[in-house]
Design a protein around this ligand. Sequence first.
Ligand code: CUA
Length: 154
Amino acid sequence: RLEKIWLTFGMAMLVVFLLVLGLSAFTMGMDTPNSKHHAHSIDPAKVSETPPFDKPVLTPTGDGEYEAVMVAYAFGYSPETLEVPAGSTVHFAVTSSDVVHGFEIPGTNVNMMIVPGEANHVSHTFDKPGEYLILCNEYCGIGHQMMYTKLVVK
Ligand code: CUA
């Protein structure tokens, strides 16, 4: 009778041991080199707490260069308006806090997809003064047509 209890106990321990082993193998599998390049990916639900996207802002980085950290959301971009002197090169870093959006500046070569969970990068030098539209060219819902912002080059 006692042996039977111990045998059951032993079997239970074995099962637990195998489960733990299997689980650790599973989590190790999640950390393969293949998934490594997603190590810096952004949780779209936590964009507002993830630097640098917690503070979307246009920052001069010297020598006519600017960095524009931006967040695309349904249906707009943050920060709302950008202004740079003519001849400036703007390095955009854009993420989405919800779905896939577009980031197109008509009249320039800027045209990228804003993939949630990633920092999407593009740079452009704005030589001609004027108002540049930044618009969404990926259908993202009912407000898609209204999704745009402005870059003023002075
Ligand atoms: Cu955002 Cu269409």
